[in-house]
Design a protein around this ligand. Structure first.
Ligand code: C2E
Ligand code: MG
Ligand code: MG
Ligand code: MG
Length: 285
């Protein structure tokens, strides 16, 4: 107990902390070798355009399959990759893999790749994106990068320049998890962006809450006035879909259409979801 160990923060031996530290060290060790051992995979989740009622993009989502264990979602290891300085290498691998996969998809389907704020440190990112496009032959106009508010919070001239160079190539930039960060709205006007992804927390509130509806409506209106497209994340029910249509959202993504799946399943998935989207969405003039 704290009293026995003197000042709480100077306790010498805490078995729980010791255990946590060991787990963390073994996680780090496993992650350091994971890329070389080929344990990472990229899965893809379709994004449906509401006006056209078809899949227009798939988001690339990183998965880890440590030897002999099941699939690990990125929530538990992306931040560790960032902390141990490996996100640049792994992120470049995701970009190359996603562009190579997408180059073989139908031409009307783009790919969206998440980029961590740590990948904007230094000046490697532009070259990494160029190389991924060149090696795969994927046209730049079929690649989107998803960044978070953490990237633009570092209101930094170098990041601004990097985003400009990436967009100049023809790659589009989406702001992910919009509404969950702490940044002010003024950056939306200043930063070179093409799309806003409305965070799942607002979408899941749409069924019951007036507040969530007002927030989504406000985001859509704001996006329109800034010439940005809107994509709703985490759409799970037909009711949410109907509401998002009425609110004027442009695109949706979520378990209603499909969870993220391996690339091998994509051709069948695209076919199935185009059909499902035509059923689920009212025809528009
Ligand atoms: P995100 O970019 O916001 O991705 C959407 C997350 O929501 C994915 O979780 C996806 O599986 C999940 N999702 C999609 N539809 C639904 C739904 O209808 N209901 C619910 N409950 N969840 C849904 P995932 O794959 O676990 O990824 C979590 C986060 O990890 C991503 O959030 C992204 O921030 C990060 N991430 C994933 N792959 C990469 C990567 O290659 N690089 C970087 N830097 N971050 C990545
Ligand atoms: Mg994303
Ligand atoms: Mg997101
Ligand atoms: Mg999210």
């Amino acid at each position: 107990r704290a009293k026995e160990s003197g000042r709480g923060c100077l306790r010498r031996f805490d078995p729980e902390m010791e255990q946590r530290l060991r787990l963390r060290q073994s996680l780090e060790a496993d992650l350091r070798g994971a890329l070389a051992r080929g344990e990472f995979e990229v899965h893809y989740q379709p994004i449906v355009d509401l006006a056209g009622a078809r899949v227009v993009c798939c988001e690339a989502l990183l998965r880890w399959r440590p030897h002999g264990r099941g699939l690990v979602p990125p929530g538990s290891f992306i931040s560790v990759l960032e902390e141990i300085g490996l996100i640049g290498l792994v992120g470049a691998w995701v970009l190359r893999t996603a562009c190579a996969d997408a180059a073989l998809w139908p031409e009307g389907v783009r790919v969206a790749v998440n980029v961590s704020s740590a990948q904007f440190e230094g000046d490697a990112l532009v070259g990494v994106v160029e190389a991924a496009l060149r090696e795969s032959g994927l046209p730049a106009c079929r690649l989107d990068l998803e960044i978070t508010e953490a990237v633009i919070l570092n209101d930094d001239a170098a990041i601004f320049a990097t985003l400009h160079r990436i967009r100049k190539m023809g790659v589009r930039v989406a702001l992910d998890d919009f509404g969950t960060g702490y940044s002010s709205l003024s950056y939306l006007r200043r930063f070179p962006l093409d799309k806003l992804k409305i965070d799942r927390s607002f979408v899941s509130g749409l069924d019951g809450s007036h507040a969530a509806t007002s927030i989504v409506q406000a985001i859509v209106t704001l996006a329109r006035s800034l010439d940005l497209r809107t994509i709703a994340e985490g759409v799970e029910t037909q009711d949410q879909l109907d509401r998002l249509c009425r609110l004027g959202c442009d695109e949706v993504q979520g378990y209603l259409f499909s969870a993220p799946r391996p690339n091998a399943e994509l051709p069948a998935m695209l076919h199935r979801i185009d059909g499902a989207a035509q059923q689920a969405l009212p025809a528009r003039p």
